[in-house]
Design a protein around this ligand. Sequence first.
Ligand code: PAF
Length: 289
Amino acid sequence: MQHLANAATLWATLKQWRDADERIALVPTMGNIHEGHLRLIDAAREHAQRVVVSVFVNPTQFDRPDDFARYPRTLDDDAAALAGRGADVLFAPQVETLYPDGLDLATHVEPTHSAQGLEGEFRPGHFRGMATIVVKLLNLVQPQLALFGEKDYQQLAVVRAVVRELLLPIDIVGVPIVREADGLAMSSRNSQLNASERALAPRLYEELNAAARWGATPDAPLADIEVRCTAKLSEAGFRVEYFCFRDAQLAPPAPADARRVVLAAAWLGKTRLIDNHLFSVAGGQGTPR
Ligand code: PAF
């Protein structure tokens, strides 16, 4: 695996691959690589001969400076894990490489509809920073496809909307959530939980599962379920930001939905967890999407 930090050397490698007609996949990450990221590489391998993994803790997508400061940075371990799973290039640039004119984003990508509500409501500016860096990385690498985890369900929807609307000729592939044995969705932020928070954390997925069971009929009382699940998590010690049903496209749920997703964001101490569960609606009339 090549470990690269500057754009010129990355382009030289990419050119060799393109000259050999090899398909290139990009896996954008912020590092602290875990099994969830490694599955993105496995999925990339199914579609491409070459896999570039970027590791860049993107300052412009953090809505709180303390969150940016605390974000785990483990580049040496990341490099070993990525090489072990068969990535061809680890691209870990400096801020100046990706933001040549500084961080004030004089030019940026501003997703609107897809970024409304949920994360967009609680993390102002987050999707602008995320969409901007993703488009920069897609422009730099010009891959045939890019892969994103479904844990960040709304992020995936935003990326799909941006790529579609900006006419970028790149396939966006979503990869299912990878969970720990106790159900907790794998996330770089899990390493910030202390022992008692870590023991409590799987309750979030348990509650999403329960909500999905109750919410799987066309006329299920979704608003009541949201309130009950929020209350149960609050009693357990979470500070819940949202616990919401949507249809699979993140529009408000309706009786005709064929599939729904229930999404949550909640704090345990100083750590913010997000998770979701996509499920079918028994007897839903919509066309499966
Ligand atoms: O999901 C992430 O890790 C980040 O939001 C991404 C897509 C790498 C952009 O910085």
